[in-house]
Ligand binder design. Structure first.
Ligand SMILES: Nc1ncnc2c1ncn2[C@@H]1O[C@H](COP(=O)(O)OP(=O)(O)O)[C@@H](O)[C@H]1O
Ligand SMILES: [Mg+2]
Length: 239
């Protein structure tokens, strides 16, 4: 299995609020900086202070990275700008900073201030520009419901992305856990499991696949009782 992202490929990270989208963006940027790549983060949901505080909580020092020059973080309230102007500004930022990686967190914040047509034109304009510049892109999208299910907008966005990472809350025995799955990955083999992950002061840790659980992606995880499986296998053994 090939790990990581390709250049000129675009990944969409989709999940409800608090599932870890900004954390993925933070790790995408930090991973680029570690490889001495130039990174541009366009944030439309959080203030600079909040973004830097969160990154610090995951062990990532955005301030030092910006001082060093390879990272540029631009925070903008979407209400303050039209999507046409936003696209022009983003293209200019890309020309000025010449990043190898660009992250947009989140598209949903931009969607709220636009018509469906305007938003779709923005997404197509942005993704085709990123691809032509040989840049790896990470876009986030906030699912409306807490437990899952992709929105119509996400269906639109997904047609222009190369892969989709789903972040989901998974409720098992009344306990909230976190799941991650990769939906499609053009030109590479990938892990088809839904894996459990955890978040701590060092970031994201991907663990083992969920077993005996179905319906996670649809948003209604159901545990297959182990007892039933054992009874079924007992039946086979008797035959
Ligand atoms: N240092 C930390 N240790 C453990 N969990 C944390 C830490 N910092 C943030 N979190 C949790 O990480 C989760 C993901 O946050 P975030 O990436 O901002 O979500 P999203 O962008 O999807 O709304 C949140 O549920 C938050 O409570
Ligand atoms: Mg976020």
């Amino acid at each position: 299995m090939r790990r990581g992202f390709f250049r000129d490929s675009i990944v969409l990270v989709s999940g409800a609020t608090g599932t870890g989208k900004t954390l993925m963006v933070t790790e995408f940027m930090a991973g680029g900086i570690r490889k001495e790549e130039r990174c541009l983060l366009l944030a439309f949901e959080e203030s600079r202070e909040q973004l830097f505080r969160n990154a610090h909580g995951w062990g990532v020092d955005f301030e030092a990275m910006e001082r060093e020059g390879s990272l540029r973080v631009v925070c903008q309230y979407p209400e303050a700008i039209s999507l046409e102007d936003a696209l022009i500004r983003i293209k200019q930022l890309i020309r000025d900073h010449r990043p190898d990686r660009v992250a947009v967190d989140s598209l949903s914040a931009l969607e709220r201030v636009s018509s469906i047509k305007g938003f779709r034109e923005f997404v197509i304009g942005l993704t085709s520009f990123i691809k032509h510049q040989d840049i790896a892109g990470l876009l986030t999208s906030t699912s409306a419901t807490l437990m899952g299910g992709a929105s119509v907008t996400e269906a639109h966005i997904s047609t222009v992305t190369d892969s989709i990472i789903l972040l989901r809350y998974v409720e098992i025995n009344g306990e909230m856990r976190r799941g991650i799955a990769v939906l499609k990955m053009r030109g590479s083999r990938h892990d088809k499991d839904i894996r459990e992950f955890s978040i701590d002061g060092a970031g994201m840790h991907v663990g083992r696949p969920f077993r005996n659980v179905v319906g996670i992606l649809a948003g209604n995880p159901t545990q297959i009782p182990l007892g039933e499986i054992e009874r079924v296998s007992d039946l086979f053994q008797r035959e």
